[in-house]
Write a protein that binds this ligand. Structure first.
Ligand code: BG6
Length: 513
């Protein structure tokens, strides 16, 4: 099959063979994300022989640590969080090329030490290394790190060779439009946009990438993918977990910033964008920005298009759990939402009049992320009335992002028998059944893509600003309102009544995923 017709992940696999010798420097080396996701991703890429032959890892953090101590910490993290049992031989290979630099994120001397260590590595190898700086720290030091990398010359395109230095930036990317614009400006002062890889780990999920394949590698969907055939789209990112030990972070964030502004908007952009001219990163990202910019500003307040709520005590997976206000690190009168739902309108030729319903929350009935495309109801004339056991159902195409990754289609079917009676049935495809279940994690894909220089699954600066432009007025109005208008929902339920009200006008209902 032609390269351009292959699944993007397979394209990535073949492209990695040209990956240049690389050093990845992780800022925030002893942090939670590094332990849970980044180190296991590096390990698994190495296990699958997907890393360049000359691959080095440098941890950078405030904590004073010897190389050996960092290696031990990294090994423990891989043992605890890797999707597969680590093979000691593979780990030894990674560990032998892992070192650590201690220093403050705004301390010029620390960056000099880092630069000296990288130069030393290159001397030993006798060749240049591509330098990837992975910023996985609290956001308060993002700008300082970027500035220091620039000041000590590490951000420069490397000695006129095609090898770039690159920066990968974790979320949260800003907390509103102004801070995102400022962060973009700080980054652009040091790095060119092609050097910047803004992470949204949802884009690394297999099923999210499959969305593009389903839409554009099948001829049956595109003709129906518009206002003439689609009645509404529902995007759900539901979590069973509560805020856990992340109260400090979450109080500053809330659900709209934590999930909707980034992950859910990316799902919406891929669902609603026009077909790109090619699979080139800029072609896809251009289309995503266009559709994000076509979303109408949201009406806030009574009768508006947004709902917010906090979980109250309830039952999750058969055990009692406390409400948000009783969780550790949460202000007793906190006005931070743990659930948000929206009704969006996209003002373009394809989607005008089709509501996009988005919702996300913690402590919901179960962990499930899905995109459900609801088609218009069939005319009931033929099968309505006495011969039909149910009203004819609308067809729904649902992409299940996680868990049980797959795709399902609801179709009306004749119930076997002498009468003509209909019943909606679900036709399902499950990834695990067809392809097995041990697929790569999102971070593996994303780290590899950054190494090979494919920015498709990363967020461009204008995308993040388009999203913040939509949400900042909502956040401002919520801040001004304090707890007024904050609904609650029992932990373990499907969310608050105010979210149902968003759909009621159009006689729509939230799907039970
Ligand atoms: C993160 C959020 O970006 O995504 C977390 O900060 C959330 O609050 C997590 O739990 C969900 O990711 P996933 O991959 O488990 O759906």
């Amino acid at each position: 099959m032609a390269e351009s017709g292959r699944h993007p992940f397979l394209q990535g696999l073949s492209k990695h063979r040209g990956a240049p010798p690389t050093v990845v420097v992780i800022f925030g080396a002893s942090g939670d994300l590094t332990a849970r996701k980044l180190l296991p991703a590096v390990y698994n890429l190495s296990h699958d022989n997907l890393l360049p032959a000359d691959f080095h890892l440098v941890g950078f953090g405030r904590k004073a640590m010897a190389d050996a101590e960092f290696r031990a910490l990294a090994e423990a993290a891989v043992k605890e969080f890797s999707r597969r049992e680590p093979d000691p031989e593979v780990w030894a290979r990674v560990a032998a090329r892992t070192s650590y630099v201690a220093g403050g994120y705004d301390e010029p001397a620390a960056y000099q030490r880092l630069a000296a260590q990288l130069a030393e590595l290159e001397r030993e190898l006798g060749r240049d290394l591509q330098r990837i700086f992975y910023v996985s720290t609290p956001p308060s030091v993002f700008a300082a790190i970027i500035e220091q990398l620039g000041a000590c010359g590490l951000a420069a395109i490397h000695r006129d060779t095609p090898l770039h230095s690159k920066v990968i930036i974790e979320k949260p990317f800003g907390k509103d439009l102004a801070s995102a614009v400022a962060l973009n400006a700080a980054i652009r002062g040091v790095f060119a946009e092609q050097q910047v890889y803004r992470i949204d780990h949802y884009l690394g999920k297999e099923t999210v990438q499959d969305l593009l394949v389903q839409r554009f590698a099948n001829a049956i969907f595109e003709p129906l993918w518009n206002r003439n055939f689609i009645a509404s789209v529902q995007i759900t990112v539901a979590e069973e977990v509560g805020v856990g030990s992340r109260g400090g972070y979450y109080e500053q964030s809330g659900c709209l910033r934590d999930m909707l502004q980034n992950h859910t908007m990316q799902l919406l952009a891929l669902t609603a964008m026009e077909p790109p001219g090619s699979l080139a990163p800029e072609a896809i990202r251009d289309e995503k920005v266009k559709v994000l910019n076509a979303i109408q500003p949201l009406a806030v307040g009574p009768g508006g298009e947004v709902a917010r709520a906090q979980y109250a005590a309830g039952m999750v997976a058969g055990r009692p759990v406390p409400g948000y206000l009783q969780e550790e690190g949460i202000a007793p009168a906190s006005a931070t939402e743990t659930y948000a739902a929206l009704r969006l309108s996209i003002n373009n030729w394809r989607w005008q009049g089709v509501p996009f319903y988005l919702r996300s929350g913690k402590r919901l009935a179960r962990r499930v992320s899905e995109i459900a495309v609801n088609f218009r109801r069939p005319p009931g004339t033929l099968f309505a009335g006495e011969t039909s056991r149910f009203d004819l159902a609308a067809n729904t195409l649902a992409f299940q992002i996680q868990p049980d990754e797959g795709l399902s289609l609801i179709l009306n079917t004749k119930i076997p028998g002498l009468e003509t009676r209909t019943q909606p049935v679900k036709m399902s495809f499950r990834y695990a059944t067809t392809f097995g279940s041990n697929t790569a994690e999102a971070y593996e894909r994303l780290v590899l893509d950054a190494i090979i220089g494919d920015g498709t699954l990363f967020i461009r600066g204008d995308e993040t600003e388009a999203s913040w432009r939509l949400y900042t007025p909502v956040l401002e109005s919520w801040r001004a309102a304090g707890r007024e208008g904050m609904d609650t929902y029992p932990a373990g339920s499907w969310g608050p009544a105010s979210a149902d009200a968003l759909l009621a006008g159009a006689q729509h209902r939230w799907r039970q995923p």
